[in-house]
Design a protein around this ligand. Structure first.
Ligand code: BGC
Length: 514
């Protein structure tokens, strides 16, 4: 670990000192025994080996190869972190003292051609080895079935998420996974951030299959007002079917639980007016309740019906009952940032400034009020360091969804890759960010929030979708030429927190090292 702190500029050490007051009270012992503390990744972002051992092509393999202009540095996940060949990653995870690891399974590695082809035994063997290695070290596998990478064949056969045929395919895939890994996996999530990737794929046209329409983007085809809701509708129904299958056929014998992960920002009204307050509420509805209301209560939120009318698909009464009877056991929250929103109903907003999905909710999102940013900007466009949002979003979800257990399945901080190695390794800002967000989470827990786990995104720098390798979220730095992993200051900070050192002790240590 010494490498992470040597050479840390005095200025960086001073910066930590300044931040100590807001971190007071952060102590692992405040979280319930059994609370899961972990780190997270996803298959396409780290595995590489994109054509090895019988894996089929995924939508991201094809997209990055055919439309590399859509990726900031024109690169792809062909090799990424080469995690497929590096079991040492489990050692790194273990060395942090976490008790859980969240990762996703590559659907195309398990079923290269979907349900009409065979199961790829090498793919099963890869995840078997990974899961066994984790379990042997006392690390709970927390498994996502779908994290943005879809077998390409699903796109050609059904039009991806737009075709109802995807439902049976997912059901089959989920069943193969429950059967193969469910003896050791006790935490399943069906889909990672269906709300976010639907927006990026079918509203803005930035993720595969890159479909959209004006004013949201320029694509060869698509309909940004309708298709995202069709895709989401299929996802909700296939989620419910997989939950039904798990609960009926596996839960009693395997003893696990199953949920879904939603991307959740916290929204603050831009001005203290009734219109903007309602707009902030509406933004949450279109982002969070869009998925959670059907899952918990069987239908979309009222505001969505009103504003979208016939663009919003309808559930039949059988589907409503399938949804209601198969509620998720827990809710995964991926939370990174808070932003302001402004109402666009009372006075129309300029459509050309609608960069975000919230456009369909008739709100405009912005990170600034009167030229002042809502929090410290991060390297990720539109993401700010606003720790208080963590407590707000957890409270919102608990209150609205009957105190269903919540896991914070992602939270993390990005750096620009073109920073110097010294800056990347001495990541004081990330320490500050994590400390702030965890402090607010512990405050929510103290006030009775039903939170059961927290995962840092990510254990290692990795392929950041359309940003390529231009930003880094890892606790460990990755040199993509040599695949060398180097712990950053934040890795040491997280480990010390998990081992029970108080953050104040931590600051002393870091100062001494400098
Ligand atoms: C996604 C991750 C991504 C992270 C940082 C989340 O939206 O689940 O795959 O790397 O945010 O952008």
């Amino acid at each position: 670990m010494a490498a992470a702190t040597t050479g840390m500029p005095m200025l960086a050490a001073l910066a930590i000192l300044v931040l100590v007051p807001s971190a007071r009270g952060l102590d692992r012992a405040e979280f319930l025994p059994g609370f899961l503390f972990g780190v997270a990744t996803s298959a396409y972002q780290i595995e590489g080996a994109y054509l090895e051992d019988g894996k089929g092509l995924s939508n991201w393999d094809v997209f990055t190869h055919t439309r590399s202009r859509g990726i900031d540095d024109g690169r792809n996940g062909d090799v990424a972190d080469d995690h497929y060949h590096r079991y040492m990653d489990v050692e790194i995870i273990h060395s942090l003292g976490v008790n859980s690891y969240r990762f996703s399974i590559s659907w195309a590695r398990i079923l290269p051609r979907g349900r009409l082809g065979g199961v790829n035994s090498a793919g099963i063997a890869f995840y078997d080895r990974l899961i066994d290695a984790l379990v042997q070290k006392g690390i709970e596998p927390f498994v996502t079935l779908h994290h943005f990478d879809l077998p390409h064949e699903m796109e050609t056969r059904y039009g991806g998420w737009l075709g109802a045929g995807i439902r049976e395919e997912f059901d089959y895939y989920a069943d193969v996974c429950f059967k193969a890994f469910g003896d050791r996996v006790k935490f399943w999530t069906t889909i990672n951030e269906p709300n976010l990737f639907t927006r990026l794929a079918y509203v803005l046209g930035k993720y595969p299959p890159a479909r959209c329409s004006a004013p949201f983007g320029t694509c060869e085809s698509g309909n940004s007002h309708h298709e995202p809701y069709v895709a989401a509708h299929n996802m909700l129904l296939l989620h419910a079917a997989a939950v039904h299958n798990y609960k009926k056929n596996y839960q009693a014998t395997q003893g696990g639980s199953i949920g879904i992960v939603i991307a959740m920002k916290w929204y603050e009204p831009l001005m203290n007016t009734t219109e903007d307050i309602l707009a902030a509420r509406r933004a949450l509805s279109f982002e969070v309740d869009w998925f959670l209301e059907p899952i918990f209560f069987g239908d979309y939120p009222g505001e969505m019906h009103e504003l979208l009318s016939s663009n919003l698909p309808k559930f039949t009464s059988e589907e409503k009952s399938l949804l209601r009877k198969n509620k998720a056991d827990f809710i995964g929250i991926n939370h990174y940032t808070t932003i302001y929103v402004k109402d666009c109903i009372s006075s129309p907003c300029d459509l050309n400034t609608y960069e975000t999905y919230e456009g369909n909710a008739l709100v405009l999102a912005t990170g600034e009020r009167d030229g002042v940013a809502i929090g410290k900007p991060t390297a990720f466009d539109g993401y700010y360091d606003v720790p208080e949002g963590m407590e707000q979003i957890v409270k919102y979800v608990n209150q609205r969804y009957k105190n269903t257990p919540v896991y914070v399945t992602e939270n993390g901080y990005s750096q620009h890759s073109n920073n110097t190695m010294d800056e990347l390794i001495n990541d004081v800002e990330r320490v500050n960010y994590l400390q702030g967000y965890l402090t607010c989470l512990s405050s929510a827990v103290r006030k009775g929030a039903n939170v059961r786990g927290y995962f840092v995104w990510s254990i290692i720098d990795n392929f950041e979708w359309t940003f390529g390798f231009t930003v880094r979220f890892g606790l460990y730095h990755v040199d993509y030429e040599t695949q060398k992993r180097t712990p950053k200051m934040s890795a040491k900070w997280y480990r010390d927190f998990l081992m029970g050192s108080r953050p104040t002790d931590q600051v002393q240590t870091l100062r001494a090292d400098s």
